[in-house]
Design a binder for this molecule. Structure first.
Ligand code: SF4
Length: 339
């Protein structure tokens, strides 16, 4: 069966005053119905631009210049804006990092919620209102009936975020793209939202692309994970393999920067030294070269490709260590992550 979504070798570029920059470089992944992929990495690694490329919501100076994005076997890049508008908010919904991006400041919360429910689900006015209030309750909005008549500016940032989540989930999309959906919310509400997303996945077989830097959320939600660095996927595998056998030096660095329940309270967490290279000045060789504790001379001059590992699990890595490493050096890497 064809996957619900097949992102194949996309390259997303932006024209700027200083020249053309590539934010997403040859990114590919597939997603089946009811499956969740988490895109993980630091700010500016291309996670959000990947999702905006799928939604066709790039800034005017941005463009997907290569590759294809097949959703339900249609290449979204071939659709007109009018055709895309019919898919957005209906077959594909997105929860943005910044709620005001998708809430209209001059319409009440109720008008905005019921408009999309009536349009996409065919409900009458009364039924749409009842369903909207039910959704507001589900995302933990207190006094949902009152909030229904309020304008977005009267709500706190966290409340607006929850309204937007209610809006995105209400039409039971086939694909939900959630960009750091719970970052601004406290842990209780965060748990509630993640539970709602799981319910949606089970009831409606919704596939989810979840963008997050929180590895706790990844462990809870993901079926598979793509770790991104400087616009490229550097490691992709299922969630169990990622946590049990992370391989790419960047993934190892991320793992070492999270607290473990078994660590004593005074354990110092490591951070990855250095910073992500500038889009205007990408290194010729491996993009992680300047920060990599295992860098070799070849890494400075040649670009590693994303290649499948030889083991049985689907596991791809972009690193020369796994082209050339003997078992001993893999052992060293694995020891590194445990200490
Ligand atoms: Fe490090 Fe080289 Fe692997 Fe890049 S290719 S991650 S520099 S070892």
């Amino acid at each position: 069966m064809a996957p619900l979504l097949k992102v194949d070798g996309i390259k997303t570029e932006f024209k700027t005053e200083k020249g053309t920059v590539t934010s997403v470089d040859n990114v590919s992944f597939e997603l089946n119905e009811g499956e969740t992929i988490c895109l993980v990495g630091e700010s500016g690694c291309g996670k959000s631009v990947t999702s905006l490329s799928i939604m066709q919501l790039l800034e005017r100076n941005g463009k997907v210049s290569q590759g294809s994005i097949e959703f339900e076997q249609t290449n979204l890049l071939d659709l007109t804006e009018a055709e895309m508008r019919k898919i957005r908010g209906n077959r594909i919904s997105m929860i943005f990092q910044e709620p005001m991006t998708s809430l209209n400041p001059v319409l009440t919360i109720g008008d905005q919620l019921t408009e999309s429910i009536r349009l996409h689900m065919g409900y009458g006015k009364k039924q749409a209102k009842a369903y909207a209030v039910e959704m507001l309750n589900k995302v933990g909005i207190p006094r949902a009936e009152e909030i229904f008549g309020d304008y977005p500016h009267r709500l706190s940032g966290g409340m607006r975020q929850r309204v937007m989540i209610a809006m995105a989930l209400s039409c039971k999309p086939k694909l939900l793209i959630a960009d750091e959906p719970t970052t601004a919310l406290d842990v209780t509400i965060q748990a509630q939202i993640l539970k709602l997303m799981k319910e949606l996945r089970e009831e409606s077989k919704t596939a989810i692309i979840l963008i997050t830097h929180d590895l706790g959320v990844v462990a809870e939600m993901a079926d598979k994970v793509a770790v991104m660095y400087a616009g490229q996927i550097v490691e992709e595998t299922d969630v169990y393999t990622l946590f049990d056998e992370p391989k790419h030096p960047y993934t190892l660095g991320l793992m070492k920067s999270i607290p473990h329940i078994t660590n004593p309270d005074d354990t110092r967490l490591d951070s990855i030294p250095g910073s992500v290279p500038s889009l205007y000045n990408m290194p010729k060789g491996c993009r992680f070269y300047d920060r990599c504790p295992f860098a070799m001379e070849k890494c400075r001059t040649d670009q590693p490709e994303l290649k499948p590992m030889k083991d049985k699990k689907p596991h791809s890595i972009r690193c020369f260590l796994y082209d050339e490493a003997i078992d001993g050096s893999r052992e060293t890497l694995n020891k590194e992550v445990r200490t």
